[in-house]
Design a protein. Structure first.
Length: 187
């Protein structure tokens, strides 16, 4: 039986639960594309993948809380083995750069998955890894029934990170996919 990975492209195309904006880009658009490409890479390796937003205009929920609940419900009911939520970070400090990961707890089985993804993102994009951090308050990490991580791919508020996510989404997708494959022992 194939391993099942749920790729959650964070946020909705429009409110409620639209993402951050910076440097002329919208988070929900960047992570949509990166998620689709990540799914393609993983499927080519024999992994079964489900996307939270299979089309660019897929709208989940009627509020922020129902949007998050729908993503978690879908992953749990599908029986995903792993849950990966893709996001673009934002900061008032426009020089902030790099990728980071959040997990429910630093004692969780999600930590090695997150570490592998960050390592491969750094290899593929050249952006620094900012590390893995606990965020038990995040709904998608607290309510999923499988190992889960939320990945901040880069900073949409940093001109270089934002342009790289927009113009070379395949680098981020390869990084996430290779991180999953390395974690699973496929690489």
């Amino acid at each position: 039986m194939a391993i099942k990975v749920y790729i959650d492209q964070g946020h909705n195309p429009v409110n409620p639960n639209a993402g951050a904006e910076g440097n002329g880009y919208r988070e929900q658009d960047l992570v949509y594309t990166i998620g689709v490409l990540t799914a393609e890479y993983l499927r080519a390796a024999g992994i079964d993948v489900r996307l939270s937003r299979p089309t660019p205009d897929t709208q989940l929920g009627t509020s922020v809380s129902s949007s998050l609940a729908e993503r978690v419900r879908d992953a749990n009911s599908w029986g995903a083995d792993y849950f990966i939520s893709l996001h673009a970070n934002a900061s008032d400090i426009t020089t902030a750069s790099g990728s980071e990961a959040y997990v429910f707890s630093l004692q969780s089985s999600s930590v090695p998955l997150a570490e592998n993804i960050l390592e491969q993102l750094s290899i593929n994009t050249g952006l620094p890894s900012r590390g893995v951090f606990p965020r038990p308050s995040l709904y998608v990490l607290r309510r999923t029934q499988m190992p889960a991580t939320l990945i901040e791919l880069g900073f949409i508020t940093n001109p270089y990170d934002a342009a790289l996510m927009a113009q070379s989404p395949q680098l981020f997708a390869a990084g996430v996919a290779n991180g999953v494959l390395a974690y699973l022992g496929y690489l």
